[in-house]
Write a protein that binds this ligand. Structure first.
Ligand SMILES: *[C@@H]1O[C@H](CO)[C@@H](O)[C@H](O)[C@H]1NC(C)=O
Ligand SMILES: *[C@@H]1O[C@H](CO)[C@@H](O)[C@H](O)[C@H]1NC(C)=O
Ligand SMILES: *[C@@H]1O[C@H](CO)[C@@H](O)[C@H](O)[C@H]1NC(C)=O
Ligand SMILES: *[C@@H]1O[C@H](CO)[C@@H](O)[C@H](O)[C@H]1NC(C)=O
Length: 421
């Protein structure tokens, strides 16, 4: 693995070329070597000449995204009772690459190259996907612009909240540069600075009411659990409890800082990620997923769901929604024909074509699927725009959640104290 990561060189890439090569190790230090290999390939594939600076032009993105939706939304709003005007949507997200909207790219100055971003944004945005990640779909459905990464200084607009998610992050304290505790510290810092601006008579990005009504989202644990799954199973219980304890601590700190609405995702079906299912040895289930890794993911989700039950009791006046992403994502594989998916374990950016498009020893996206094709996995680890869109739709529906509330009702509910009052 070290060979693959250090050896790229990329000739004329110079300093920034080095950054490109080092990225995958940073965020997949915990994942299996195979997974790292997949990432190196997909990111280091294009020649330095084709590198595109990740200068996110948020204005144009949100304008494009909001064009169709916001116009219609406002009209609807007017037709409804005007006194029911909603407070602005404010979201705070904590997580890893599944919800990173460009944080690691900005923090480390990494120029992620095409074809990343090619399907939706038409350019790399720092997301590890050909397009949107799940929270992008959440934002669209809530008629708010995309959530900007905390560490992206250029062009960020935090009026609808902040995305603290960083690719490669763990819930485990110190196991990654931006582990959950660091993301929570960053939130507290952000909150203090924002309120301080208001106290000084200036307009901060989020007001006191904004923080109180905000939704606090977590989508973390994937990197922890891939690590745990590769340890002897008699150690899982203890290790998983430690990971979940970090999430408990994080929720407690958010609560002490006024958070009252939580939206918590369990991990996906990690044993069905092509980089795991196709590459790793071990018992596979009838759908081709690696049994051991899925077991670890489910054991984690069980404890996380139990934690949410506990916290509903301990943290007064909160709504805590736990969403079973495992069930959602496993369902895509098990019931793939229902979703029009031909090859559920195939990657979009790979080599060799179906069923996996993961020919051994071949690098990069020699065979890149069509942008409109129904392929779940972008690079073996991360979902495509298509896959994230499907997952987001089911997650938002509340059908896989406990309690069964929709994302929209949680965000817009509890808004008794609107701007009108
Ligand atoms: C915005 O909406 C207008 C009118 O509905 C449409 O003509 C235009 O193509 C849209 N632009 C984008 C970027 O979607
Ligand atoms: C919960 O809400 C009730 C009613 O609004 C309030 O009286 C009570 O102080 C709240 N409890 C906490 C712990 O915030
Ligand atoms: C597959 O679909 C059927 C019918 O909708 C459903 O009962 C079943 O639970 C699904 N399986 C998975 C693993 O989601
Ligand atoms: C919301 O407003 C009501 C009165 O309109 C008030 O009694 C209540 O304390 C407010 N709650 C919060 C959280 O500000």
């Amino acid at each position: 693995m070290a060979g693959a990561t250090n050896g790229g060189g990329n000739g004329g890439g110079g300093g920034s070329g080095g950054k490109l090569i080092s990225l995958p190790l940073q965020y997949f230090c915990i994942l299996a070597a195979v997974v790292v290999a997949v990432m190196v390939l997909s990111l280091a594939l294009t020649s330095p000449a084709a590198m595109v600076a990740v200068r996110q032009n948020l204005g144009s993105v949100s304008a494009a995204a909001g064009n169709s939706t916001s116009g219609a939304g406002e009209e609807k709003e007017k037709e409804k009772e005007p006194e029911q005007r909603r407070p602005p949507v404010v979201l705070f997200n904590f997580g890893d690459s599944n919800s990173d909207t460009g944080g690691v790219a900005a923090a480390s100055g990494i120029r992620i190259m095409p074809p990343e971003g090619r399907t939706y944004f038409g350019r790399p945005t720092g997301r590890l996907s050909d397009g949107r990640v799940i929270i992008d779909f959440f934002c669209e459905s809530l008629n708010t612009h995309e959530l900007n990464p905390y560490l992206k200084g250029v062009g960020s607009d935090y009026s609808n909240g902040v995305n603290f998610a960083m690719a490669g992050s763990t819930a485990t304290h110190g196991a990654s540069d931006y582990s959950l505790n660091v993301q929570i510290d960053q939130f507290v810092y952000f909150k203090h600075r924002s309120l301080e601006l208001f106290e000084r008579g200036l307009k901060g990005p989020v007001s006191k009411e904004g923080f109180e009504n905000a939704l606090y989202m977590m989508d973390i644990g994937h990197n922890d659990m891939v690590g745990v799954a590769h340890t002897p199973s008699d150690q899982w219980d203890k290790k998983i409890s430690e990971v979940v304890a970090e999430i408990r601590k994080a929720m407690g700190i958010l609560y002490d800082n006024g958070a009252r609405k939580f939206w918590i995702h369990g991990t996906g079906a990690l044993g069905c990620l092509p980089a795991v299912a196709v590459r790793e040895k071990g018992e596979h289930d009838k759908h081709g997923c690696l049994v051991s890794v899925n077991k670890a993911a489910q054991a984690f989700n069980k404890k996380l769901s139990d934690l949410c039950d506990d916290m509903r009791f301990f943290l007064k006046n909160t709504t805590i929604v736990y969403t079973d992403m495992f069930a959602i994502k496993y369902g895509f594989v098990a019931n793939h024909t229902k979703y029009g998916i031909g090859w559920p374990l195939m990657v979009c950016c790979g080599n060799g074509g179906p069923p996996y498009n993961m020919d051994e020893g071949k690098h990069g996206c020699g065979d890149l699927c069509e942008p409109e094709s129904k392929v779940l996995s972008w690079d073996g680890v991360h979902f495509t725009d298509f896959g994230s869109g499907l997952a987001a739709k089911l997650a938002m529906s509340g059908e896989y959640s406990k309690p069964r509330v929709t994302l929209a009702s949680l965000v817009n509910g509890g808004s008794k104290n609107t701007s009108g009052s």
